[in-house]
Design a protein around this ligand. Sequence first.
Ligand code: URA
Length: 298
Amino acid sequence: MPSERDGTLATLQWLIDAGADEAIGETPVDRLAAPAARRAEPPPAEKASPGSARAPAPHPVVKPAPGASLASTEAALSSARDLARAAGNLEELKAALDAFEGCALKQHAMNLVFADGNPKARVMVIGEGPGAEEDRRGLPFVGVSGRLLDRMLAGIGLDRTSAYITNVLFWRPPGNRTPTGTEIAACLPFVERHIELVDPQVLLLAGGISAKTLLGRSEGILKLRGHWAHYQHAGMARPIPALASLHPAYLLRQPAQKRLAWRDFLALKEALDSGRDPLLCAPANRYATFQSLTRSSP
Ligand code: URA
């Protein structure tokens, strides 16, 4: 007969298989005890009393999100712009993000995930946002999809000494949920300053969130990928050729699409090897030059 321990382990395994990768509450919830507690209904006054000696339901504490109102959203964006603009180098930019309190994601994250790789590299890879492993280690693309990204980069002769890797979000969305527009907007001034400070020869935008945010486009990633566009925001000295491609996490789910990503990576290699702007030498394969429509500057 399975023991209670076996049952608990099986339940945990079931939760992991279903995608749970962290415990949210600080204290365990005994869900089996809850119905019994409900059966012993307290009088209404006691139920409502905040000073009741009865243990409150052990729900995770959710702090109110900064930026919840329009005014505070505007204040957060303005603080993001000021902090990002004032950063004169990458260390200062990282310190500015550490000081920034305007993105609700920060409250739930274990670590700031800033960047990895060589800031002097010719290619800057910008993904979507940290997952559980990245959140734990404070480094981008170090989980399963990061391992695939490393293999894709290796396929064109690059690694973390010859590529610089970051994300559009600097903190992990809880449970890996899709980030909100407000969360992306709060990070954007830092991403823009990040690009200015690194000033790479080319940008590789990995995944739909990164491509749409930085190119100001609304099409899906399957439409955007494989095309070069000029990335530029106000204040940048020159546009930077940017190539959108499929996110490694998507490729893990849809391995047949790796051939499309491989084509993109070959185009990236060709651009790096030639040292030329791909938009000036492959007119059939480009969108018109456009500015980032979602740029954070007012
Ligand atoms: N996915 C991303 O987009 N970025 C990471 O850092 C990890 C997974």
